[in-house]
Design a protein around this ligand. Structure first.
Ligand code: FE
Length: 134
């Protein structure tokens, strides 16, 4: 996938301060505060930084963890996974494959019948596009 490269100043100009903190500085929004935590309308979730299509409502479920949870990404090129040893934990970080924005982490405690993954994603890193009903 072709990468979108911007300077820190360019990202700051198009992102809110919290979006910048999460997407560009690997921050985490507070649990149970995100717009899409309990949001289950039909549609597509794109990257808030570059609009790369990342997840769909088909794979979204209520994990109870306080952040939007998905059992899988929209396809196997939309996101990238990286070993993350920060904060004294070993986790798998999930980033947007197009802009390298930090999205969240993926864990192995997701729904078994959906493959067992839980993509735990910051709501602020996403933008929801409702399905067109016309
Ligand atoms: Fe992106």
């Amino acid at each position: 996938m072709e990468k979108i490269i911007k300077t820190e100043e360019e990202w700051k100009a198009i992102l809110t301060p919290l979006q910048f903190k999460v997407l560009r500085q690997k921050g985490t929004e507070y649990a149970f505060t995100g717009e899409y935590d309990k949001h289950f309308a039909s549609g597509t979730y794109v990257c808030a930084g570059c609009e790369n299509v990342l997840f769909t409502s088909e794979e979204k479920y209520n994990s109870g963890c306080g952040w939007p949870a998905f059992s899988e990404a929209v396809d196997n090129v939309a996101v990238e996974k990286h070993l993350d040893k920060s904060h004294g934990m070993i986790r798998t970080e999930v980033t947007c494959a197009k802009c390298d924005g930090h999205l969240g982490h993926v864990f192995n405690d997701g729904p078994i019948n959906k493959g067992g993954f839980r993509y735990c994603i910051n709501s602020i890193a996403l933008k929801f596009i409702p399905n067109d009903n016309y």
